[in-house]
Design a protein around this ligand. Structure first.
Ligand code: HEM
Length: 463
């Protein structure tokens, strides 16, 4: 099917745009085949693409010890209007290592208790807003995006957008995201001019420019590094030389990386989790009961109780892990091979695409029992992973997420508060699907009814 596009496609961005309407989510093209196989090679109009799931090849690509599997330039082209030369879109090399060090050190310097406290305070605000609707549908997905932008910006830069700005910022990103179809760039010719025309026709430049203006106004209006103690990341950027005259745009690039990588992923995971909980009230109640107990208390070891023997912390972790497994926010790691790669039955010549896909690995039939079922108990019963690459929501190796610890603290805290205080219910409307462009955020956005949860069950039910 893909090969059939080669003739009609050529270098025409307009044709690419039309095709992109139908080719948004690459997973839909794959028809489930990779969920049982280990290596699949696709012939695209101008290049080949190997999707690799076997542990040895996937690990070699992700660890990338010799710098032979840089991030694809497709990602750079797609994100440039928004993050400029920010690290997330860069293929690799020494500059990436240096910038990653700045980001990782700044994130490691934020005390976990501070992340938890900021998360708690901000989450209460959004929950108040939902409850004020008295059971009328609440924009839970959109608000989780705003909440997670607020958390990451307060924790790293000591300030946040106003309510209007954060609404606009997340609306714009939602549009950016819908339009940023990597599939188009994979199918089109890789020359600069063709790519630039595709990006232009998708209208990404206008959206990126408006988002950058919002970030510039809010986070660069005072000179970098002059904020208070809480602006750990702003100071780290200043210390690394981004405060020098003329460096503002580069500083903005990395601020954009921090805000975007640091919010969309957590928001997508939590949106899916809320949707799943809303659709399964027994699970929601059992989880609420487990997390309402004092820290470290185990759910009574009674066979009829879901999560028997687990603590509230275990349950929170199992819920978020399972959401990350079924709906990994970054579903595909798109790399290029700078050297020929030996696959099982053939070779992939150099300068093609090579993909490791959490969206495939996390549901692979050889790795997981009940692969398509949301079953948090799997994390309580069998913590042993079948292979190192079987579960990699935060990536691994050279480009592993530096915000994983931050994200886990934040997601556990938000989930705990939501479960303790609220009850979610589904609303009428289309069943969401993972968008599959830049991330797997649900499309359409999650809208739920939100009502107060009754007081927690009596302590007699606990051991
Ligand atoms: C559920 C939440 C999150 C998930 C699943 C996630 C996942 C990922 C993954 C998979 C990558 C690497 C992509 C690749 O190898 O191509 C990445 C990169 C990154 N993440 Fe996260 N992330 C999350 C939350 C966060 C948070 C909260 C922050 C910051 C506060 C953050 C900051 C970053 C940064 C700065 C990068 C870029 C690193 C680079 O370019 O080398 N992430 N994330």
């Amino acid at each position: 099917m893909i090969r059939a596009f080669a003739g009609t496609f050529g270098r025409l961005p307009f044709a690419a745009k039309i095709a992109g309407r139908f080719l948004g989510d690459p997973m839909l093209l794959l028809g489930g085949k990779p969920l049982v196989g280990w290596q699949t090679v696709f012939t695209l109009p101008f290049r080949r693409m190997a999707l690799v799931s076997d542990n040895a090849t996937a690990e070699a690509v992700m660890l990338d010890r010799a710098g032979k599997f840089p991030k694809s330039t497709v990602l750079h082209a797609l994100l440039k209007p928004l993050i400029g030369e920010g690290v997330f879109g860069q293929p690799g090399g020494d500059t990436v290592k240096e910038t990653r060090r700045v980001l990782a050190r700044a994130l490691a310097a934020i005390p976990p208790a501070h992340i938890a406290e900021v998360t708690r305070t901000l989450t209460q605000e959004y929950m108040d807003g939902w409850l004020a609707r008295k059971g009328a549908p609440a924009p839970v997905g959109v608000d989780l995006s705003r909440l997670t932008v607020d958390v990451v910006s307060v924790c790293t830069m000591g300030r946040r957008f106003t309510a209007e700005e954060s609404q606009r910022f997340t609306d714009l990103f939602s549009i950016y995201h819908q339009r940023a179809k990597a599939t188009l760039l994979l199918l089109a010719h890789a020359d600069e001019a063709t790519r630039a025309r595709i990006i232009h026709e998708l209208g990404l430049e206008e959206i990126g420019a408006e988002m950058r203006a919002l970030m510039r106004e809010r986070f660069l209006s005072a000179p970098l590094g002059r904020d208070g103690d809480e602006a750990i990341f702003s100071r780290a950027l200043a210390d690394a030389g981004y405060a020098a005259p003329g460096h503002d745009e580069r500083a903005l690039d990395e601020i954009a990386v921090m805000l975007l990588a640091g919010h969309e992923t957590t928001a997508s995971t939590l949106s899916w989790l809320c949707h799943v909980l809303a659709g399964d009230s027994a699970l929601q109640d059992a989880a609420a009961q487990a997390v309402a107990a004092a820290p470290g208390t185990q759910v009574a070891d009674d066979k009829s109780a879901r999560f028997a023997g687990a603590t509230g912390e275990d349950v929170l972790s199992a819920l978020t892990q399972e959401a990350l497994r079924l709906y990994p926010p970054i579903g595909f790691f798109l790399r290029e091979n700078k050297e020929e790669v030996a696959l099982e039955n053939r070779t992939l010549p150099k300068d093609n695409f090579i993909v490791v896909a959490p969206r495939v690995l996390h549901r692979h039939r050889a790795y997981w029992k009940k692969p398509d079922t949301f079953w948090p108990e799997r994390w309580l019963e069998t913590p042993e992973l079948p292979a190192r690459t079987a579960f990699i929501p935060f990536g691994m190796g050279a480009r592993v997420c530096p915000g994983a610890q931050f994200a886990n603290i934040e997601m556990a805290e938000i989930t705990r508060l939501l479960l303790t205080r609220l009850r979610f219910g589904l609303t009428a409307g289309a069943e969401p699907l993972p968008l599959g462009n830049l991330t797997s955020r649900p499309e359409p956005d999650i809208v739920l009814t939100v009502t107060p949860r009754a007081a927690p069950a009596s302590s007699a039910q606990r051991s």
